[in-house]
Design a protein around this ligand. Structure first.
Ligand code: CA
Length: 231
């Protein structure tokens, strides 16, 4: 079954939050609303969304800018794309938002069509699978719409961790990933997992991939790499 991409909306104005939520639901997303920093953090602790829509001006406590900076520094949320909503159109503020780790921003008032287009653009760039695109390296494919993995047209069966690992490899092919990078970027939350665990799952992934297993290279002293060319 296809999971709808979840979007966390952090916005203190209920009318705006609701308008966004209704439109996101209409367009195949699962919106979750939070009206301030603490409730947004609670939502993130419960579930990591595919994208965060973050209002700049929030009541009390931390501003959207500080929240963006904080979430970027946390292993659990550092990969989640952030789209800032801002009433400010001043150039320095936009730059501050991007420097804090936002992937894009949109200035209020905005049209819902523009917001949706920007959400899709950010997701395509940061997480193509979540918007139903296909990740492909050589003849190895992962379909975002069905979550099917196949090689040379034949379906393969992967465990959940192997799926996540392959997804990461397919998003960054031909690049060497160290064990600690993989732990950080694929396991994320589970910071107490040993590096040895990575080796175990890479081995399982190779087995599950069958002939395509040879596309997962061991780079001695450095880590692992997925390549279109078998090792
Ligand atoms: Ca606000």
């Amino acid at each position: 079954m296809k999971k709808l991409p979840q979007v966390l909306i952090v916005e203190d104005e209920p009318a705006i939050a609701e308008l966004i939520a209704i439109n996101l639901r209409h367009h195949g997303f699962t919106p979750v609303c939070a009206e301030d920093g603490p409730s947004a953090q609670k939502a993130l602790d419960a579930c990591v969304p595919e994208l965060i829509l973050l209002d700049w001006m929030l009541p009390g406590g931390r501003s959207g800018l500080e929240l963006a900076r904080h979430w970027r520094s946390q292993p659990r949320t550092k990969q989640v794309p952030i789209l800032m909503l801002t009433a400010r159109s001043d150039e320095p503020d936009k730059i501050a938002g991007l420097d804090a780790g936002a992937d894009d921003y949109i200035t209020k008032p905005f049209s819902i069509q523009e917001l949706l287009a920007r959400i899709r653009a950010v997701l395509r760039r940061c997480d193509p699978l979540s918007v139903g695109q296909v990740l492909q390296v050589g003849e190895l494919r992962m379909d975002g719409a069905t979550h099917q993995v196949s090689y040379q047209g034949e379906a393969l069966k992967l465990g959940p961790m192997e799926f996540k690992l392959l997804r990461h490899f397919l998003q960054h092919p031909e690049r060497v990933h160290s064990r600690s990078q993989l732990l950080d970027q694929v396991w994320g939350d589970a910071v107490y997992v040993e590096e040895r665990t990575v080796d175990v799952h890479v081995k399982r992934l190779r087995q599950a991939l069958g002939k395509a297993g040879a596309m997962v290279h061991t780079v001695r002293g450095a880590g692992y790499r997925l390549s279109a060319n078998p090792a």
